[in-house]
Design a protein around this ligand. Structure first.
Ligand SMILES: [Zn+2]
Length: 101
């Protein structure tokens, strides 16, 4: 789900109760779950398992700070197509991650 402004109709990320462009009210709408890697960073020295933090440009336009996982991190490139999947956090929340398409 991604928020859209009810006044100026722009989409944005992250979710907020007011539009960051015009302070209008917002509603959530279903996103496609696909995008491309805008930029990324792979951390290899913090622990035994490397991880990748990235900005993904959603197909709908907004940039989303997220993680890329469940794929060969050495294959991640700027512009790589990715799609969303969800991991369950300890509190039960479903956290969006992306993986290479
Ligand atoms: Zn707006």
């Amino acid at each position: 789900m991604i928020p859209r402004c009810l006044s100026c109709h722009k989409l944005f990320w992250y979710p907020r109760p007011q539009c960051p462009f015009c302070l209008g009210d917002t509603k959530l709408e279903e996103a496609s779950g696909i995008g491309t890697v805008y930029t990324f960073s792979i951390t290899r020295r913090a622990g035994p398992i490397p991880y990748c933090i990235a900005y993904v440009e959603l197909a709908e336009g907004p940039l989303m700070l997220t993680n890329i996982a469940e794929c060969d991190l050495d294959a991640v490139r700027i512009g790589s197509p990715v799609h969303v999947y969800f991991r369950e956090a300890p509190n039960g929340a479903r956290v969006p991650y992306f993986t290479l398409s």
